[in-house]
Design a protein around this ligand. Structure first.
Ligand code: SF4
Length: 354
């Protein structure tokens, strides 16, 4: 064991964060936590994790659940492919591995949604396999420890080699989790708290008083901004909702039909065109209810909602996976993207055209 590893493990024994998924050895729960934690803060994850386990205490229960049920529980957590893939992976575990999370890293890595980070995190924590986990926090720490003079994405192999050299063969899970905790609480992107850090004597960036220079920033493309419009189509006492196709961004979620505005197109014309193209229904976009702004990781949108009068046509799945006429009170039963949910408080509860 290297000195750095010893210091890290000692620190972790005293300072590990108390987190619900650290109170279990159940590989299903550990796996679930790692899936939820991808791109998401611990504080956001905890209530979702607890609600999830109340409803699905075992992997078998996840395998039996419908995609709609899973997405409803995941609603608001974002990156919905994680939930869809996790359900499919659980189904595979039930069908092919007698319901037991595979102990063999190679087999585990073939399951839907299991990438290198999830593989290493789950296998090291649940099964003590010596696999270093490399997420953004850990890459930042190593970039500082070694003063790597390129952005992390360009120096993955020295980062990986450093972690592989230092990971504890007996406590690889604690090693990975110690680094996760230091990344989340001490070696912060801005203003790292080096005086509290157990690795400060091993850290080149700290020793040279250059922690704030590292890691070297990645080149970023500007985040695109889109304008979109959606139609809240009323017919009698029902509203029309459509389901996004399963694969792809926000796949499997329900929404008000609509889409991106074309160059020079008004929001009203966009709604009328999009509703026809997506669900085959002709509508008149009568009144705007407001514009919602929402930022996703890779782009931002401003989305105008329109109250629409139904004119003609039976809904079809032209460019969606499904559609439904529902009452206003049923909106909460379906999983919607956050931008759509921001429209809910602006909507009338009954048909404004009757
Ligand atoms: Fe990060 Fe500072 Fe610790 Fe170095 S000493 S790993 S920069 S917190």
């Amino acid at each position: 064991m290297t000195t750095l590893t010893r210091k890290l493990l000692q620190w972790y024994r005293k300072r590990a964060r108390k987190l619900p998924w650290r109170e279990t050895n159940d590989p299903y729960r550990i796996w679930l936590s790692e899936v939820m934690l991808q791109q998401t803060q611990v504080d956001t994850v905890i209530p979702y994790y607890e609600r999830w386990l109340k409803k699905y205490p075992t992997l078998q229960k996840v395998a039996q659940a419908s995609e709609d049920e899973i997405l409803k529980l995941w609603e608001g957590l974002g990156y919905y492919a994680r939930a869809r893939n996790f359900r499919k992976a659980c189904q595979e575990v039930v069908e092919r591995y007698q319901g037991k999370v595979p102990l063999d890293p190679q087999v585990f890595s073939t399951l839907k949604g299991v990438g290198p980070y999830t593989l290493a995190a789950v296998q090291s924590i649940a099964f003590q396999k010596s696999l270093p986990a490399m997420d953004g926090n850990i890459k930042r720490i190593v970039s500082r420890l070694l003063r790597l003079d390129e952005p992390p994405s360009k120096v993955l192999s020295p980062i990986g080699a450093f972690l592989q050299k230092n990971i504890s063969p007996k406590q690889p899970g604690d090693f990975n989790q110690a680094l996760m905790d230091i990344g989340a609480t001490i070696c912060l992107p801005k203003n790292p708290k080096c005086l509290l850090c157990p690795l400060s004597l091993d850290c080149e960036a700290f020793q040279f008083k250059q922690a704030h220079f590292y890691p070297i920033a990645e080149e970023k493309n500007p985040r695109p901004h889109y304008r979109a419009a959606v139609g809240v189509v009323w017919k009698g006492d029902k509203l029309l909702i459509s389901k996004r196709k399963s694969e792809g961004f926000l796949g499997g979620l329900w929404e008000f039909p609509g889409g991106k505005m074309k160059m020079g197109e008004s929001a009203k014309l966009c709604v009328e065109r999009e509703v026809k193209e997506e669900v085959g229904v002709e509508v008149e976009a009568v009144k705007s209810v407001g514009v919602i702004e929402h930022a996703y990781t890779h782009f931002s949108i401003e989305m105008e909602g329109f109250l629409c009068r139904y004119l003609k046509g039976k809904p079809q799945t032209l460019d969606c996976a499904d559609w439904k006429w529902i009452s206003f009170s049923e909106l909460k039963k379906f999983a919607f993207p956050t931008a759509n949910r921001k429209l809910f408080p602006l909507l009338p509860k009954t048909n404004p055209f009757e």
